[in-house]
Design a protein around this ligand. Structure first.
Ligand code: PSU
Ligand code: MN
Length: 304
């Protein structure tokens, strides 16, 4: 048996068949600095509750897969340094060796599915990195979306990526990419990009219906829901472009590779924007948590 533990509130919601929204922990350990990471983790959980669902922040602690963290566990994780960043390749090894690690989008999807959770909110998924034709750096998040049936709400793909190539891989892998309420695919910190979204839907109900339809048709994999950041919170793409380029050039010059690339770029962009990227990141994660709660509430209404 997998050592899988639900927090008190998640166990209750699970027993009642109530709506649950999975949340990842890499964004806490590797995506934001302490203490903002803890504040945001608390806020996002409160946002999910406020929208009528139960939050389940997922992490591996001491070899146990936790679906929902008690507050002391969340605090310790937010303060910890040197926590492993777990994806599909390393989550089982971490559990088997009694390790502790934060789950990325890919690993959170795996854990959510094991725990019977169908909806997951995050900031932005990983994707195809710029220069991937040389580095082969393509996030396992994309292949996970192709095989694990969880609807993931994000603000598009992180703009540090090659977003056009990311959309191509998602199409090849058969992942529906659905933007909420607009035709332009959002670019994480920016509400729009120059790319058209493959699909568009205007309500949580349509998205819940598409999720159920895929299951009924026996189609493997999940859906990527691109929920644009509010205009009031965004950093326009043209302002960010030179900053992202500078951060990427530094990463290349310093030979940053593999799992370190995404955290390095996020940290440098935070510094180069004097914290504005973090403010936008917080706003978009909270926006995604609220929307994911609405989708999960609709899915929790069982057809009679
Ligand atoms: N979104 C954020 N901040 C993050 C991440 C996403 O706003 O830190 C994390 C997610 O956990 C995602 C991971 O799965 O970055 C992608 O890492 P990589 O590019 O190494 O696959
Ligand atoms: Mn990578």
């Amino acid at each position: 048996m997998i050592p899988l533990f639900r927090s008190g509130e998640v166990a209750k919601a699970h027993a009642e068949g109530g709506p649950i929204v999975a949340l990842e922990s890499t964004i806490i350990t590797h995506g934001m600095p302490y203490p903002q990471n803890l504040e945001v983790a608390h806020q996002v959980e409160a946002d999910v509750r406020g929208a009528g669902a139960t939050p389940a922040t997922i992490a591996v602690i001491g070899g146990c897969l936790h679906i929902g963290l008690e507050d002391d566990q969340l605090v310790r994780l937010a303060q910890a340094t040197n926590v492993a960043k777990l994806s599909r390749a390393d989550i089982a090894a971490c559990i088997a060796t009694n390790g502790t690690g934060a789950t990325t989008v890919a690993a959170t999807m795996i854990a959510a599915h094991l725990a019977g959770i169908e909806v997951f909110a995050t900031g932005g998924i990983g994707g195809v990195h710029r220069g991937a034709e040389e580095s082969f750096d393509i996030s396992a998040d994309l292949m996970e979306l192709a095989q694990t049936p969880v609807t993931v709400v994000a603000a598009g793909a992180k703009a540090i990526l090659d977003v056009a190539k990311t959309l191509e891989v998602l199409e090849t892998q058969g992942v529906p990419v659905i933007t909420v309420g607009q035709n332009s695919f959002p670019a994480f910190w920016s509400k729009t990009s120059s790319l058209k979204s493959p699909l568009r839907m205007d309500s949580a109900a349509q998205i819940a219906s598409a999720h159920k339809t895929r299951a009924m048709m026996g189609l493997r994999g999940g859906q990527l829901i691109a929920n644009p950041i509010d205009a009031a919170d965004e950093i326009p793409a043209e302002q960010l472009a030179p900053i992202i380029q500078a951060a990427q050039a530094e990463a290349d010059a310093q030979g940053v590779k593999g799992k370190e690339v995404t955290p390095f770029l996020l940290q440098r962009i935070f510094e180069l924007t004097e914290g504005r990227s973090l403010t936008a990141n917080i706003a978009l994660v909270r926006n995604n948590a609220r929307f994911a709660a609405r989708i999960s509430a609709i899915l929790a209404i069982k057809d009679t």
